[in-house]
Design a protein around this ligand. Structure first.
Ligand code: SF4
Ligand code: SF4
Length: 406
C-alpha cells in the first residue's frame, strides 16, 4: 500500500497563518482523527537539540509546536511536550535551559501544556526509552529539516533518538560508530515507538554541515506531514536533490522492507515534488561516505573509506572553550591543553574578545589554552560538532578526498 505524505509551502512562523498551513498539511493526508483518537494522551516530540533561539533554525520553532498543540486540542487530547537533547545527560536544570531558550517553555505556559523531562526510562530490548512513550497513547514527532554531518539527514527518523534518555545516546554512538550500524539503531527505535504522525518543520532549516551551528541556516519554506516517517525522509532526500538511498536510514529501511522509501510507493498530496526540489542544496561534507557506499561494492568501499577520511577540525579563533563538545564526545578524545605563551610575551589580551591587535600582528591564536582532539581515538561521529554552540567545529578532509572532490 502506498504511503501518503503532504507537502505544503509555508514561509512564515506567523501564528494564524502557520496554524492554517499545519492543519492543511494534516488534512491532506486524512485529517488529525485518522491518526489520533479523540481524547488521547499524546507525547509531542520536537527537535530541541540545544539551548539556542528559534531564529537559528536548529530547533523546531515554538510557533510550529503551538500550531500542533492547537490541532490536538481540537480533538481534546492531553498533551505532554518534551525532548531529551543529546548534549545533556538528562539533567533537569540543563533541559529547562533548553526549553527556555528555544521558546518552548513560553508556548507551553501560554497553551497550558505540560512540559516533561525524560528522567525515567524503561528498557526496550537493548536500548532504553523515556517512560513517557509508555505513559502516552501515542507519539507525534515534530522534526526539523536539517542536514547531519554523520547521518546525512536529521528528519523523521533521527528525531526519535531524543526519546533515549540521558547518556545512553553517547553509548550508542560509541558502540555503533559505523553509519550503517547506527542507522540500524535509529530504525529499531522508530519501529519500537511507531509515531502516530510526523509533521516536519521545514520552514527554516539547516543545510551544509548540520545539524547545529556549523551548518548554514536557510529558508526552505516547507511543511511535510504523514504517518510513514520513512516516506517523509525519502521525500526530504528528494528535496535535497539526492536519491533517497543516500540517507543511511532509508537504505537500511529498504533492506528491512519497512516503510516506503521508493518514490513510486508514495502518494504526494499538496505541492508537486518537482516544484519544491532545492536544486542548489548544500550537502554536508560527509556526503562522500554516502557516495562510496552507494557507488562501490562493499569491499572496495571499505578500502576507500580508510583512505578518504573526514574528521572534525577546531577553529581556535571561534572556540570559546565552553567544553560542551568535550561532554558530548563518546570517545572522550577531546581535551583542553595549554597553548603557546605568545599572548603573554606581547601582553595581548585573551583572544576570546577577538581583539583585532592579534590579527594585525598575524599571531595565530592568543588563547592561553586550546582544545585538541586525539585523532587516533576519534570515530568521526561529529557529536562534538552537534554540541558546539559557536560554530567552532568544521570538517577536515583527507588529501585523497580533496583530490577526488568528494
Ligand atoms: S572528537 Fe568529535 S567526532 Fe571525534 S569521537 Fe569525539 S565527538 Fe566524535
Ligand atoms: S569547539 Fe565549540 S563546543 Fe567545543 S569548547 Fe570550543 S566553543 Fe565549546
Amino acid at each position: 500500500m502506498k504511503s501518503q505524505v503532504s507537502i505544503i509551502k509555508c514561509s512564515t512562523y506567523s501564528q494564524e497563518e502557520l496554524f492554517l498551513k499545519v492543519k492543511q498539511s494534516v488534512e491532506l493526508v486524512g485529517g488529525i482523527e485518522k491518526f489520533i483518537k479523540r481524547g488521547s494522551k499524546v507525547l509531542l516530540k520536537p527537535n530541541l537539540l540545544m539551548a539556542i533561539e528559534p531564529e537559528a533554525g536548529i530547533t523546531t520553532h515554538p510557533e510550529f509546536v503551538r500550531s500542533v498543540i492547537r490541532l490536538l486540542k481540537e480533538i481534546d487530547c492531553k498533551i505532554y511536550l518534551g525532548d531529551g537533547p543529546s548534549v545533556f545527560g538528562g539533567n533537569a536544570e540543563d533541559i529547562f535551559k533548553v526549553y527556555e531558550r528555544t521558546g518552548i517553555k513560553k508556548i507551553a505556559e501560554e497553551e497550558k501544556t505540560e512540559l516533561v523531562i525524560f528522567d525515567k526510562r524503561f528498557m526496550h530490548g537493548y536500548f532504553p526509552l523515556t517512560t513517557w512513550v509508555k505513559e502516552c497513547d501515542c507519539v507525534v514527532s515534530l522534526p526539523k529539516f536539517k542536514t547531519h554531518s554523520f547521518m546525512f539527514l536529521t528528519g523523521a527518523i533521527k528525531n526519535l533518538f531524543g526519546l533515549i534518555p540521558g547518556s545512553f545516546k553517547l553509548e550508542c554512538h560509541k558502540n555503533f560508530f559505523q553509519q550503517e550500524k547506527f542507522a540500524g539503531v535509529l530504525l529499531d527505535i522508530y519501529q519500537a515507538v511507531k509515531p502516530a504522525l510526523t509533521i516536519v518543520d521545514g520552514i527554516l532549516g539547516i543545510e551544509g554541515n548540520g545539524p547545529a551551528t556549523s551548518g548554514i541556516k536557510r529558508n526552505f519554506g516547507l511543511i511535510l506531514a504523514g504517518a510513514d516517517g520513512l516516506a517523509i525522509d525519502a521525500l526530504l532526500a528528494k528535496l535535497m536533490n539526492i536519491q533517497p538511498e543516500y540517507v543511511f536510514t532509508n537504505k537500511e529501511a529498504a533492506f528491512r522492507n519497512i516503510g516506503n522509501v521508493d518514490e513510486n510507493n508514495i502518494e504526494i498530496k499538496g505541492e508537486k515534488l518537482s516544484s519544491c526540489i532545492i536544486a542548489d542544496f548544500k550537502l554536508p561534507d560527509a556526503s562522500f561516505k554516502q557516495f562510496l557506499v552507494n557507488k562501490f561494492p562493499g569491499f572496495i568501499a571499505n578500502i576507500l573509506k580508510k583512505l578518504i577520511t573526514i574528521h572534525p577540525k577546531i577553529d581556535s579563533d571561534a572556540c570559546r572553550l565552553c567544553e560542551s563538545c568535550i561532554k558530548n564526545c563518546p570517545q572522550q578524545t577531546m581535551s583542553v591543553q595549554e597553548g603557546k605563551p605568545v599572548r603573554q610575551w606581547f601582553g595581548i589580551p585573551n583572544s576570546q574578545s577577538h581583539k583585532p591587535v592579534r590579527q594585525w600582528f598575524g599571531i595565530p591564536n592568543s588563547q592561553s589554552h586550546k582544545l585538541v582532539i586525539d585523532y587516533a581515538q576519534c570515530i568521526s561521529c561529529f557529536c562534538c560538532q552537534e554540541a558546539c554552540p559557536y560554530g567552532a567545529i568544521a570538517t577536515k578532509k583527507s588529501f585523497l578526498s580533496r583530490v577526488l572532490g568528494i
